[in-house]
Design a protein around this ligand. Structure first.
Ligand code: SAM
Length: 279
């Protein structure tokens, strides 16, 4: 933020109107913004990709520690706000486009090379955004995302717990996740109805080298498709096989044929994929 104007001042000066549907709750506390930028692990020669520029407060904190920042925002009515709030920041560029609607090729035309992704987005987009980057071949080194506290618990959940879900496994397949800080709703302007947490996912390229990754993704998705059903039931629907064939495959993987998908670890899914490939 320019030294003279606060976010509230900039918003008042430009007459900007918040769009609730786009989850426009902005962070203003400089210490918190610097801490989130720190959590991203960005080095001074690295590129930050921010999704959801908002009033540019996090953009500014990222630009202070990164080589360059490319920030995507869907709401072009923020342009006058950003013109003021990012004044004097030479290494940040705002692109008014929706990353979720761009192909990898379109994305790479704008962001070439490795990058660390940082996002404080509306909650309904965070899971699709995380999946979009973890399942792509884009050279993303890490994702640091502000999410609703409940979503954070899901991202770092243990197998068998109520929070364990397909997205937990998608994260484990790509790297490792930790909650770096809890953020009270009071830290946002305007304040939302929920508390948040920052989750940092460090991507480990080649973690599943030699494995049939699309098959593991399909097994994971189908295992959680109907949570109340057994794994055999879910696999039979997803793969078009009989329940008894599915149960045989599960047994051959060393698992209880009546087990539910939510009890399987990533290792179990890998073993299951090996049995599938042989069957
Ligand atoms: N990064 C800022 C901050 O920390 O204060 C803004 C956060 S605000 C919660 C989320 C921002 O994401 C809003 O400005 C909203 O317009 C934008 N947004 C919503 N959907 C988006 C999308 N699909 N792609 C990019 N930006 C999006």
């Amino acid at each position: 933020m320019s030294e003279e104007l606060s976010v509230k001042d900039v918003i008042a000066a430009t007459g900007f109107r918040f769009n609730k549907g786009l989850g426009q709750n902005f962070l203003t506390d400089k210490n918190l913004l610097a801490a989130i930028a720190f959590d991203s692990g960005l080095g001074k020669d690295e590129t930050a990709v921010e999704v959801g520029t908002g009033a540019g407060t996090l953009t500014r904190a990222l630009a202070a520690i990164a080589g360059r920042v490319i920030s995507f925002e869907v709401d072009s009515s923020l342009a006058p706000v950003l013109e003021l709030s990012l004044r004097g920041v030479e290494n940040a560029e705002v692109i008014f486009r929706d990353v979720l609607k761009m192909s990898d090729e379109q994305f790479e035309e704008i962001v070439s090379g490795e990058f660390r992704l940082v996002a404080n987005l509306p909650y309904y987009i965070t899971t699709p955004l995380i999946m979009r980057f973890l399942e792509s071949d884009l050279p993303v080194k890490s994702l640091t995302v502000m999410v609703q506290k409940e979503v954070a618990d899901r991202l770092v959940a243990e197998a068998g717990s109520a929070d364990y879900s397909a997205v937990t496994l998608a994260v484990q397949m790509a790297g490792s996740a930790k909650i770096t800080r809890l953020v009270s709703r009071k830290m946002f302007y305007p304040a939302p109805n929920v508390d948040s947490a920052v989750v940092h996912i460090e991507v480990e390229r080649g973690k599943l080298a030699g494995e049939d990754v699309p098959l593991i993704h399909k097994l994971v998705r189908s295992a959680f498709a109907m949570r109340r059903k057994t794994l055999a039931n879910n696999l039979s629907v997803a793969f078009g096989i009989s329940k008894s064939d599915a149960a045989d495959i599960i047994s051959a993987a060393g698992l209880d044929p009546f087990i539910r998908g939510e009890r399987l670890s990533l290792e179990d899914f890998k073993t299951l994929s090996h049995v599938f490939l042989k069957s």
